[in-house]
Design a protein around this ligand. Structure first.
Ligand SMILES: NC(=O)c1ccc[n+]([C@@H]2O[C@H](COP(=O)([O-])OP(=O)(O)OC[C@H]3O[C@@H](n4cnc5c(N)ncnc54)[C@H](OP(=O)(O)O)[C@@H]3O)[C@@H](O)[C@H]2O)c1
Length: 316
């Protein structure tokens, strides 16, 4: 163990952006604390981090939506390391479906992980960092935390909430200059979250182009530990989308539905109603990258399907 390595906590570390963040932090020789619900995928990340040079790696299997779990994880970290230098909070889930079609427990489950989970992390980490008079909390939001999207109500609400939480925390901690809260909002990222999502929309979701690799978001998130910034958008498309939502809502509202169906759904792959990984982990689906292939080809397939009418969803 090196003495100058930092204690970096990564939630959602078994898949996608969290896994990429953990691996990059391991490359830097940090002490890593990995958190997620499913143990097997988390253990895979553990092995990868250890092999890539982490100063130490600890695994905590737990649900960030459970306040007592987060409290215990933080207590355990303090017992082991005596401090927390940084937290990159990536744990997240998605549900597709109209507001009235997503079952209540699934709707609440998305809010519980994405929003309440972020609150739980802040509730227990911020006091530690305030006592230390230093530390970095990085919250992963989404471009969807700035706009409206049909058939993603719980996710939209949760991510608007994460953005609001980040702003609140920034206001509340202005008196501790060494403590930073950074909000990072990716656009489409090639991770398994779309295939893992709960789905009551009839077709599987997919990341819309331009699609970033999780490594790109991880780089930005880790940079925010040393170079905090209140708000970061990952990808220029985010700015265009946000501008459209705010400046021309009449055009946005007309276009977002059809564009979402063509660019952010796989209209060739129908799926039955399913709670996905919202209520419980499906560790077999947790990987670094998604498995849906090139986004532009996906758009092309959707257009072809629409033209030929081979798959017509009820709500096209
Ligand atoms: N992929 C994108 O296009 C995209 C775009 C914008 C923002 N984001 C955001 O980026 C973050 C990471 O997403 P991702 O795409 O990397 O997703 P992902 O590949 O599905 O990974 C999600 C991770 O969170 C963990 N997790 C889920 N619920 C949890 C809970 N209640 N407690 C603890 N861990 C939990 C998962 O493991 P277990 O299920 O085993 O717990 C997994 O490790 C999320 O906040 C997401 O909203 C993603």
């Amino acid at each position: 163990m090196t003495t100058d390595s930092r204690v970096v906590v990564v939630t959602g570390a078994s898949s996608g952006i969290g896994r990429a963040t953990a691996l990059q932090a391991a490359d830097r020789g940090e002490h890593l604390v990995l958190v997620a619900r499913g143990e097997s995928a988390l253990q895979e990340t553990f092995g990868e981090c250890r092999d890539r040079g982490a100063a130490s790696v600890a695994v905590h299997v737990g649900d960030v939506g459970d306040d007592a779990v987060v409290e215990k994880v933080v207590a355990d970290i303090l017992e082991q390391h005596g401090r927390i230098d940084a937290v990159v909070h990536c744990a997240g889930v998605v549900a597709y479906g109209r507001t009235e079609d997503v079952p209540a427990e699934v709707f609440d489950g998305v809010l519980r992980t994405n929003l309440i989970g972020s609150v739980n992390v802040a509730r227990h980490v911020v006091p530690v960092m305030r006592r230390q008079e230093r530390g970095a909390l990085v919250l992963i939001g989404s471009v969807i935390g700035h706009i409206g999207v049909p058939s993603m109500s719980p996710y939209v609400l949760s991510k608007w909430g994460v953005r609001a939480l980040a702003r609140q925390l920034q206001l509340e901690n202005r008196d501790v200059p060494g403590l930073s809260v950074s909000y990072v909002a990716p656009g489409g990222v090639d991770t398994p979250i779309y295939e893992q999502a709960a789905n009551y929309d009839g077709f599987v979701g997919r990341p819309p182009p331009p699609v970033a690799k999780p490594d790109r978001v991880a780089e930005v998130a880790l940079r925010r530990i040393d170079h905090p910034r209140a708000r970061t958008q990952v990808g220029l498309a985010n700015d265009v989308i946000r501008l459209g939502f705010s400046a021309t809502p009449w055009a946005f509202d007309v276009l977002v539905g059809p564009l979402f169906r063509i660019a952010a759904m796989d209209r060739t792959t129908p799926v039955p109603p399913d709670a996905g990984n919202v209520l419980a982990s499906r560790p077999g689906g947790n990987r670094l990258l998604g498995a849906q292939g090139n986004a532009l080809l996906g758009v092309g397939r959707n257009i072809a399907a629409a033209v030929t009418g081979s798959r017509t969803g009820q709500r096209s």
